[in-house]
Write a protein that binds this ligand. Structure first.
Ligand SMILES: [Ca+2]
Ligand SMILES: [Ca+2]
Length: 225
């Protein structure tokens, strides 16, 4: 973890280099990952109605539909974003829902995805898996996740992070298409999903990496004094 001395050394060195015009004034920022129909609002549905087979932007396997929940499903019939959610039944064999990300090829950096998971009032919650895939088949190893328990009738935000940093693991996949996928597990129950979001942070640009190296050099030099 960065200590205070390193932090202030970075800050002052960066400011000096910015004033000198040597670096741009920003570190790498997270880019929004484009996800089609991320809150399942297309098609428009009446309260309590499911979409049947129309799920624009997404591919479904098994008993996955879009639903405008009524108060049978969630208190007030509410989604967390807009009006609709995706709802996945386990049904003994599981269901899946996936999207080939339209503008995202694999690059070195960190991918973070988050979405809201709901436990319907009228169904038990079954296990839900989430993957980032390359070329529709290769699963990117999960770096970390935050998947809080979901109380009955409520939603909680789940977060999954993937680091694509090690060339020996990823060099053959850079530039290849990516996919996100939800998987349902278990013999009964439903998982409900809404508000799917993703961000990507590239590994530091050369100017930033050089800046960090310079700042670390300053700290090391000061420590030797
Ligand atoms: Ca929604
Ligand atoms: Ca509703």
């Amino acid at each position: 973890m960065m200590n205070l001395l390193t932090y202030f050394a970075l800050k002052s060195t960066r400011k000096a280099l910015i004033l000198a015009g040597a670096v741009t004034p920003t570190f790498a920022l997270a880019d929004i990952i484009t996800i089609n129909n991320p809150g399942f609002e297309d098609p428009v549905l009446a309260d309590g109605v499911t979409s049947g087979t129309s799920t624009p932007g997404w591919n479904r396997l098994g008993s996955t539909t879009f639903l405008n929940p009524s108060n049978v499903h969630f208190p007030g019939g509410n989604a967390t974003e807009g009006f609709n959610v995706a709802t996945m039944g386990a049904g003994g064999s599981g269901s899946s829902l996936f999207q080939n990300l339209p503008n995202t090829t694999l690059q070195y950096g960190t991918y973070t995805f988050q979405f809201d998971v709901g436990d319907r009032l009228d169904e038990v919650l079954h296990n839900l898996g989430f993957n980032l895939l390359i070329n529709a088949t290769t699963i990117v190893p999960l770096t970390s996740s935050n998947t809080p328990a979901v109380p009955d009738g409520e939603f909680r935000t789940w977060t999954f992070t993937y680091d694509v940093l090690v060339p020996s693991t990823f060099e053959n996949f850079i530039g290849d298409p990516t996919r996100i996928r939800f998987l349902a597990f278990g013999s009964q129950g439903f998982s409900t999903i809404d508000n799917v979001q993703g961000t990507f942070t590239a590994i530091p640009e050369p100017s930033s990496a050089a800046l960090i190296a310079i700042a670390c050099g300053v700290v090391c030099f000061r420590r030797r004094l």
